[in-house]
Design a protein around this ligand. Structure first.
Ligand code: ZN
Length: 200
């Protein structure tokens, strides 16, 4: 994917507590780091993200996103992660309302809206979250990224881009395609087509 032009690698870390499945952790990320110059965007679907943040930074992550549902002191978690020298994002499950992150919305570099329930690949896109994407688009500064994760494919990416998302996580739509590089290029083209028309 890097050779095909990918600049960001989104890493879905699952702990078997915050979400039912376990995916991978810091040793796998550290071994990928040796082979890639991509920006490592870690999505921590884990309890106690502040406890493990340093280990993920040491493993080579450039960015850590934690879940608002997993923590109690959002400002402290943002400050802790930023203090480790990486950028920081906050993620919301499909039914978590926008106002849940209001206390830290100005402090984060990215908001990640989940468009499926975290913890499993291959689920269908939940259209209702697009209103939340629009709400964030209206509130975020230009230098804050708005990422969407779950069920992103050729059918859903235009609506996600039209709602204001600027960063799209695609798993199945890319890695399940016969030609992953071609699938990635096609998704990017579809998203750009929409953003270029909306920007005007
Ligand atoms: Zn993710």
């Amino acid at each position: 994917m890097e050779a095909a032009g990918a600049t960001v690698l989104h890493l879905d870390v699952m702990d078997g507590h915050f979400v039912p499945n376990i995916s991978f952790g810091t040793p796998v990320i550290a071994s990928l780091r040796k082979r890639s110059k991509m920006f490592f965007d870690a999505h921590l679907m884990i309890d106690e993200p502040e406890r493990y943040a340093e280990a993920f930074v040491k493993a080579g992550c450039d960015h850590l996103t934690f879940h608002i549902e997993a923590i109690e002191e959002p400002k402290a978690v943002v400050q802790h992660i930023r203090g480790l020298g990486v950028s920081v994002g906050v993620s919301l499950n499909p039914t978590t309302p926008l106002h849940a992150v209001a206390p830290i919305i100005e402090l984060v570099d990215m908001v990640l809206v989940m468009s499926v329930w975290p913890g499993f690949g291959g689920q269908s896109f939940i259209t209702e979250v697009l209103a939340k994407v629009e709400g964030f688009k209206a509130r975020l500064r230009d230098n804050q990224r708005l990422e969407i994760d779950g069920g992103i494919d050729r059918e859903t990416i235009p609506a996600a881009a039209a709602a204001g998302a600027d960063t799209f996580v695609a798993g199945t739509a890319v890695f399940g395609a016969p030609d992953p590089a071609g699938a990635m290029a096609e998704l990017e083209r579809l998203a750009r087509e929409v953003s270029e028309t909306t920007v005007e």
